[in-house]
Design a protein around this ligand. Structure first.
Ligand code: PLP
Length: 362
């Protein structure tokens, strides 16, 4: 999950308390969740609790359906147009703020007629457009955004209103899902791979306005048809049971933390600490992203002296701070500070950055 990018692996183990104590014997059932029938009462209680906790965390209204699916967010790049466009000629708009949005846009071209109405590529994906300047296609079936660009560290802080008749805004929230409150009613559909903030890879969550379900194109594979999954409460075939169970534990934990408003406060504190350190370094470190749209989850930064970057990553690893190398497509560094990263982890990184600068800035 996010954990791949986490600085303190030990913290991950600590956060897994329940799943460890229940590993071989879930609540006295004599079974591990891995052994259960997905149709048995035990697993049904697990998936229903996960769904209801997620519903309360995000205040998801009753007219929205929650699906627990497989195939990663990448599968949703195809599933969204297959389900929301009744014909491959249907127009759809994409705002491309980074490489994930671009991937979604390119995949959609196989199943509908997508138009990139704004792209941040020429600015190296460091911006979000001014919504008033968007030239949306009349009759577009939906408007797609990537709410947080994981690689480029660009995050929507507010959302555009889609122009189409049904006002369907579709958001890939893979990398900021459950990191803050979101007004679900602004969206026709939200999807997210679980692995950043809410559980292990293998689970993909779709939250969709129920009136949009049931219009999939005829060629839609059964496994991508939201109606099939909705009619079967995400149990049409064997779901990723263990992953859903883990997501449920994380949802429980987020509820216990006081809900997403509290989670957001912690993320704001972590993000501010790191961005302030970058901005206060007198140019030694730099974050290329426009200040107003900087991601609270993924913080990309570079060094004024790029020849020091490899050294930075190496020295950080010695201090047990790993996964700091930027994505291969952009270089530099990136600190992914998902929900599970404690403030202490960011404090440690910031102290290391200051020390590194003191030793190399001459
Ligand atoms: N969208 C975003 C914003 C992502 O960060 C990722 C993965 O990192 C994906 C989509 C692809 O997700 P998956 O690997 O679950 O298919």
């Amino acid at each position: 999950p996010s954990y791949k990018r986490r600085i303190f692996y030990e913290e991950f183990l600590t956060s897994m308390g329940a799943s460890q104590s229940e590993l071989y014997n879930w609540r006295g059932s004599g079974m591990s969740v891995m052994e259960m029938s997905h149709r048995g009462k035990e697993f049904l209680s697990i998936i229903q609790k996960a769904e209801s906790d997620l519903r309360s965390l995000l205040y998801i209204p009753p007219d929205y359906t929650i699906l627990f699916l497989q195939g990663g967010a990448t599968t949703q790049f195809a599933a969204a147009p297959l389900n929301l466009c009744s014909s491959p000629t249907d127009a759809v708009d994409y705002i491309v703020t980074g490489s994930w949005g671009d991937k979604a846009f390119k995949e959609a071209a196989k199943y509908c007629n997508p138009k990139s109405i704004w792209s941040g590529k020429s600015d190296k994906y460091t911006k979000i457009p001014n919504f008033d300047s968007l030239n949306q296609t009349p009759g577009a079936k939906f408007l797609h955004i990537c709410a947080n660009e994981t690689i480029h560290g660009v995050e929507f802080k507010s959302y555009p209103t889609p122009a189409g008749q049904k006002e369907v805004l579709v958001a890939d929230m893979s990398s900021n899902f459950c990191s803050k409150p979101v007004d679900v009613t602004k969206f026709g559909m939200i999807y997210a791979g679980a692995q950043k903030n809410v559980g292990p890879s293998g689970v993909t969550i779709v939250i969709i306005r129920s009136d949009l379900i049931g219009y999939a194109q005829a060629i839609t594979p059964v496994m991508l048809d939201y109606k099939i999954h909705a009619d079967n409460n995400s149990l049409y075939n064997t779901p990723p049971c263990y992953g859903i169970y883990m997501c449920g534990l994380v949802f429980e934990d987020l509820v216990e933390q006081g809900g997403l408003a509290e989670v957001e406060k912690k993320n704001v504190r972590k993000g501010s600490l790191l961005y302030d350190a970058i901005d206060g370094s007198k140019g030694f470190f730099r974050c290329p992203v426009e200040k107003s749209v900087r991601s609270l989850m993924n913080v990309p930064f570079t060094l004024a002296k790029p020849e020091l970057e490899a050294e930075f990553v190496k020295e950080a690893a010695k201090e047990k701070m790993v996964q700091l190398k930027g994505h291969r497509s952009v270089g530099g560094m990136r600190a992914s500070i998902y929900n599970a990263m404690p403030l202490a982890g960011v404090e440690k990184l910031v102290a290391f950055m200051k020390d590194f600068q003191a030793r190399h800035d001459h």
